[in-house]
Design a binder for this molecule. Structure first.
Ligand code: ATR
Length: 274
């Protein structure tokens, strides 16, 4: 039986074992998937040991996505751009292939939620690893404009430069959070503010009566960010649970060559959270 795992710290909260176990059952794959706690500075040792025990691949979550990037002996183009890896796959010819499926997961979820991107005005809040991981995918969808807003504006500027080759006709720009003034069609929150029980300090004017608010984090109830968006008139609220399931489906298909259906797994996960 083939073995896979998610590695992170902390890891007990991870939904990946639940998701991949349902995927494996649905697609009748003979595999098991568990969770492993990594210790800072010991990522390479852990992965090498588990590989020696017969593991075929891993999902990588915080804080090891950059370690996984360095560990991989081959990288997808999208992983190179993201500077991070959330999927490691040990191939039969001995390669350690690193990929990132977060951007594809976000794009698929937006499609599933009927959120249009083409010709839309998008605001991306945050310029950390989570933002960098989805920028290429967002630009591929050909929005009218994409504004990256971050507390530390230099990081937003850096990302705008890094991804400028993918912008096509999209107006790609950056701004500090406190200079935001107009409303957007889609606001994506990629900041980690919610993890600390905070909200990014931004004017509520970013929400108009047709704005979709997409929070990349998720919770059983409305996330703090989406509650705030709702109270300021956002038309539609989406959290990152669908992105989580879709990025997992992408990873699964890298390992197993078959893409599982995500809707029933999403529903099951949502039901279990409430
Ligand atoms: P991740 O991998 O989750 O993106 P990260 O790389 O540490 O984590 O990035 C965190 C992002 O959340 C950054 O954009 C950060 O803003 P700064 O670059 O200015 O630090 C943003 N962030 C975290 N807490 C925030 C807060 N309270 N208000 C606004 N932005 C916040």
């Amino acid at each position: 039986m083939d073995r896979y795992a998610v590695i992170g710290n902390p890891i007990a909260q991870s939904k990946s074992p639940f998701i991949h176990t349902l995927f494996a059952r649905q697609t009748q794959q003979d595999m098991v998937y568990d969770a492993k706690l990594g210790e800072p500075g010991e990522f390479d040792d852990l992965v090498s040991r588990l590989r020696g025990e017969g593991y075929k691949g891993f999902n990588i979550t915080a804080p090891f996505k950059e370690d996984a990037f360095a560990f991989a002996t081959g990288l997808s183009k999208r992983a190179k751009l993201a500077g991070a890896v959330n999927t490691l796959n040990f191939t039969d010819d001995g390669l350690v292939f690193g990929d990132t499926t977060d951007g594809a997961g976000l794009l698929q979820d937006l499609k599933d939620q009927h959120v249009e991107l083409r010709d839309q005005r998008i605001l991306l809040l945050g310029a950390g690893g989570a933002a960098r991981g989805v920028l290429q995918s967002l630009l591929q969808a050909q929005p009218k404009s994409l504004l990256i807003a971050n507390r530390s504006v230099d990081k937003a500027e850096h990302l705008a430069q890094l991804f400028s080759e993918f912008k096509g006709d999209c107006e790609l720009s950056f701004t500090p959070l406190d200079e935001l003034s107009q409303s957007f069609d889609l606001v994506i929150n990629s900041t980690s503010a919610g993890l600390h029980g905070e909200l990014p300090q931004i004017p509520a004017a970013i929400f108009g009566s047709t704005t979709v608010s997409y929070d990349m984090s998720y919770s059983a109830e409305l996330t703090g960010f989406n509650r705030w968006a709702q109270s300021h008139g956002a038309a539609k609220l989406v959290d990152g649970l669908g992105m989580l399931v879709n990025q997992a489906a992408e990873s699964f298909s890298i390992w197993r060559g078959i893409r599982p259906g995500t809707r029933s797994v999403y529903r099951e996960l949502r039901r279990n959270m409430s």
